[in-house]
Design a protein around this ligand. Sequence first.
Ligand SMILES: C[S@@+](CC[C@H](N)C(=O)[O-])C[C@H]1O[C@@H](n2cnc3c(N)ncnc32)[C@H](O)[C@@H]1O
Length: 203
Amino acid sequence: MTMETIPFSQACENNKAPILSVLRTVFTDPGVILEIGAGTGQHAEHFARSLPHLTWQPSDQPDHHNTCRARLGRANLPNVLEPIALDVRHRPWPVGHVDGVFSANTAHIMGWQAVEALFAGVGELLGPGQSFCLYGPFNENGRFTSDSNARFDQHLRAQDAAMGIRDIDDLNVLARFSNLALADRHPMPANNQCLVWVRTGPA
Ligand SMILES: C[S@@+](CC[C@H](N)C(=O)[O-])C[C@H]1O[C@@H](n2cnc3c(N)ncnc32)[C@H](O)[C@@H]1O
């Protein structure tokens, strides 16, 4: 892939600064952060460059991770590890020690079984006190938080009935099974949110 042919997301350019402002407060200590569903690699590049105390471990599904590999290979940052092929549905995940997990715009793309696997895997990976930060559009109390999110959900389900905006209450049911407690909800531009769960209970 040449720089011109590496897929680019305008949404990532728009949301990377607001997300970074949250990550600065969540991942304060040095450590390895696993990114799930890294997509174009734009987030990985921006966050690793801006948070040099972190080591960024990008990942994506086997047939997608070449995209982030191409961008991050060119960026050649000292604190970005080689992207790994990770489909959350296939556990145990091929991941070493991590200190936190980040994922953006994945819960509404994954089918529900994959979302279940996401929370189960994160719960297995993190130790007490460590955080999982999930960015995207979410429903609250069974309702869309905006008309644009309702239209987006319709658009997703028309493409694939398994996709769709998830309700925070439903995610919290999965989180509780995995000893993850919702610690923070940060409103983000364009009716998105950054949700932060912290691992509780036994390691
Ligand atoms: C809408 S893209 C978001 C990409 C990027 N995080 C962003 O915010 O632009 C959804 C991502 O979720 C990933 N994804 C979907 N199902 C997955 C699964 N089962 N395991 C891991 N990643 C998955 C896709 O490969 C894709 O990279």
